[in-house]
Design a protein around this ligand. Structure first.
Ligand code: F6P
Length: 360
């Protein structure tokens, strides 16, 4: 019988998911294995399974195609996070059922492509005897134990392009333009795109901000004859002493939906400086479209490595990029604690030495 491996995508979509699926399927075929795509996230593993054999024409064009041909979910029975990132254990019966589903499919291994939430479920599955390996996905780049997740570079490219475009209106209309970017509780997208796009103010969750500091920067630029200011604010940034700003009612077994801080920052800047100010929320544009070259390469390497891990029976591991090599780490190390922007790291230091305001 031909060995079969499963591939599942979980959590929010992100550029590069299809590129990983393609790499996993191709590397599996080269070994004489069959790759089975699980549809609709982990839910598709439950008996009566929803699957699709990954072969032939189905793999055409996947390297550059956004989204996931398998579908995904970040809510429902398999959600592992609630509130502001609190972990949740899945009921044992659900894990039993999932294990039975994998056995019925005859899987020798399962590649779980996901972020913090989906990979913490993968860890629980592994503890329950399911032979799973992980591939780190998320535009937020907040997974511990890997220097980079795929999707992040594409999101930064999108946010940087937005900053470049906002410069025109900011300068022509002498306005303050506030761009709200995603990233959940980590400021990676804001800090990378802010540096790449030449933002004047970058607000990240790791550094609580105060409005005086932001408005002083706007004033300083006015005095220097620069009558516009670009502010990049991460959705998880918060004013000192304030709480996260959320854009929707909290629903059960789901993480809070962040959003709205950009509008608050814009309003307060306008009130305090009388400068015309606009807020732009970049939202899901950051998760859409074709992956960048960097992401395409990373996804291909990650997918191939995941298949290698299954061949070596190194279950419970996640593929990881150290900056110089591709290796693997226990899933337990990669989940649980988020990787946030270090305050003494190169990004924050560079921003400060260029006089970029970080809101403190
Ligand atoms: O984790 C990826 C991400 O895009 C976050 O940056 C953002 O907070 C969240 O997902 C949005 O999720 P949803 O698409 O469910 O609103």
């Amino acid at each position: 019988m031909i060995p079969r491996i499963g591939v599942v995508t979980g959590g929010g979509d992100c550029p590069g998911l299809n590129a990983v699926i393609r790499a996993v399927a191709k590397a599996a075929h080269r070994r004489g294995w069959k790759a089975i795509g699980i549809l609709g996230g982990y839910q598709g593993l439950l008996p009566t399974q929803q699957t699709k054999v990954l072969e032939g024409d189905l793999l055409d064009g996947l390297l550059v195609r956004g989204g996931t041909i398998l579908g995904t979910a970040n809510q429902g029975k398999f959600s592992a996070k609630t509130g502001h990132g609190e972990s949740r254990r899945l009921p044992v019966e659900l894990l039993d059922e999932t294990k039975r589903g994998c056995e019925e499919l005859g899987l020798i291994g399962l590649v779980s492509i996901g972020g913090d939430g989906s990979l913490s479920i993968a860890q629980q599955m592994f503890e329950h005897g399911i032979p799973v390996v992980g591939v780190p996905k998320t535009i937020d780049n907040d997974l511990a134990a890997t220097m980079m997740t795929f999707g992040f570079d594409s999101a930064v490219a999108c946010a940087t392009d937005a900053i470049d475009r906002l410069h025109s209106t900011a300068e022509s209309h002498r306005r303050v333009m506030v761009l709200e970017v995603m990233g959940r509780y980590a400021g990676w997208i804001a800090v990378y795109a802010g540096l790449a796009g030449g933002a004047d103010v970058i607000l990240i969750p790791e550094i609580p901000f105060n409005f005086e500091s932001i408005c002083n920067k706007v004033g300083e630029r006015e005095l220097a004859g620069k009558h516009f200011t670009i502010v990049v604010v991460a959705e998880g940034a918060k004013a000192a002493g304030a709480d996260y700003v959320t854009s929707a009612e909290q629903s059960q077994n789901r993480e809070a939906r962040l959003g709205g801080i950009g509008a608050q920052v814009a309003e307060e800047i306008h009130k305090r400086t009388w400068k015309e100010t606009r807020c732009i929320v970049l939202g899901h544009l950051q998760r859409g479209g074709s992956p960048t070259n960097m992401d395409r390469a990373l996804c291909t390497i990650f997918g191939a490595k995941a298949v290698e891990l299954i061949a070596e029976k190194q279950f419970g591991q996640m593929v990881s990029f150290t900056g110089s090599q591709i290796t693997s780490v226990p899933l337990s190390q990669a989940t649980g604690e988020l990787r946030r922007v270090p305050l003494d790291g190169g990004f924050v230091t560079a921003a400060r030495s260029l006089g970029i305001c970080l809101g403190d």
